[in-house]
Design a protein around this ligand. Sequence first.
Ligand code: KIV
Length: 270
Amino acid sequence: MTLTRLHEMADRDEKIAMLTCYDATFAKLMEHAGVDILLVGDSLGMVLQGAENTLNVSMHHMTYHTKSVAAGAPNALIIADMPVGSYEHDNEAAYKNALWLIRSGAQMVKFEGGGDRVQTARYLIDRGIPVCAHLGFTPQSVNQLGGYKIQGKTEESAHQITQDAIDMSNAGVSLIVLEMVPATLAKHITESIKALTIGIGAGVDCDGQVLVIQDLLGIYNGAASKQPHEFKAPRFVKNFLCETNSVKQAVSNYVNAVKSKTFPTPEHSY
Ligand code: KIV
């Protein structure tokens, strides 16, 4: 999988199927099930480490899991998240950390936010590192955003997210993850920019979709410190395992649902 192929897919309106992945076994399974992009997400802080959020994830965690995923899926396009604290302060540190992820086996790095982050994206891209932006609900800012809340509902916030997407696209980012924004806003952004959009809780009109693998399998039920009954899965989550008794088939059904535009439905969107 290459960026050129992703653009060819978007040109012929073929949707991109992306999933989070943290180890070699799942990486191999996903590559063979036709997943286009594997995201080594810092969601690993929640789904692997049991934390309440992604704020304790380090560069060591990210490089360890990126190496494992790259070992299992030598042909996949792998994106690695830059964890909180690894890119915000100065561009040279961001570059060194991004390079560490690339040397661990990623082809692209992802980080959260617009505004000042646009110049960080430009700095990395000018030095040959492909970048995926992440706008809308940005989990590393969960405390600032006051919890897991849909973004872009007011005119002002919708305008800010659109402008950030335009600026990131003009800076040369390849992909933009749009998380928990109204489907109409995601559609408008997708139609307005050159970068490809990947939605999670952003409606069916993005260029592709991403889910956390544990959510797709219906096995995530909240932080380790909480009781399972206290957890309510977000609206955009769909359990693909309950329709089959095979993990590989569940992943493959997700890929088919994304490609046939039957996932996400309006019930999975805002
Ligand atoms: O860390 C992650 O898994 C992500 C996805 C939710 C897009 O950023």
